[in-house]
Design a protein around this ligand. Sequence first.
Ligand code: PEP
Length: 256
Amino acid sequence: MRRTLIAGNWKMNGSLAGNAKLLGGIKVDPTRYAACDLLVCAPAPYLAQCQAELAGTAVAWGAQDVSEHEAGAYTGDVAASMLAEFGCSYVIVGHSERRAYQGESSEAVARKAVCALRAGLTPIVCVGETLAERQAERTDAVVGQQLDVVLQALDVADVARIVVAYEPLWAIGTGVTATPEMAQAVHQMLRAKIAAKSAEAAAKARILYGGSMKPDNAGQLLAMPDIDGGLIGGASLKAEDFLAIAQAAQAVQAAA
Ligand code: PEP
C-alpha cells in the first residue's frame, strides 16, 4: 500500500514569527499520523528555518521550485544540489502559478524534475487543466500531455521516484473542489500513463490531489483508490486545518 503524503504548499506566504508558530503547531507526535508522510513546502528564504525547526521531527520540508540548470550563470535560481546539500527532500515543479506567471513549459518542468532527481530530491510534478479546457472535454489530453513530457525525460528507474500532483486550475484557491469521482478519473488516467512506462513504478508512484482540499472534503477525496495524498495551499497555513487533513488521511488508511 502506498503511504499517504500530505504536503503543504505555503506559496508566497510567511514570516519568521508566523512560520515558527505554524511549524510549532504541526510538529507532532509521529505516532498520531503514522500512516502518513507530512511535508511543508516553504518559500526559499524560510527553508533554513524549516530545517532548524523540523530537525528530528516526522515532518519533512521541501522547496517550491528549483532551477532547470545544475550550476552557473543563472542569477536568482537555486540549484537542486543546493537544496539537497542541507537536507531538503522534496521540491514542487511545474505548479500552475509558475506555468502561468513565469511561462514555464512542460519541457522546462521536465528538466527541473530531472535536476531534482539527480540531486536525490523527490520532485512533485504538478499538472492540471483550466476550466475552459475541462468544459471543452480536453482534461485528459491536456493533463496527460503535461505528464507525458516529464515521463519521456526520465529513465525508467526514476519514474517510481516522482510524485505527481493533479491540480485542476479552476479548483486552486477558489473554494471549488473536484468531486472525488472527477479527481479519481484523472488520477486513474495518470497512473495508466505511468504504467505504460513501468508497471512497477505505477504501483509505487504517489498521485496527490490539489485544489481547495480542506478538512471537510479531504476524507472523501483520499478514500479514492488512486488518490494518494494532497497538495494543500490555503489550508496548510493553519496548523489545525493541516493536521485535520492528516487526521482524515490517517482514518482512511486505518479503514483500508
Ligand atoms: C496549491 O496551491 O497547490 C493549492 C492546491 O492551493 P489551494 O489548496 O489553496 O487550492
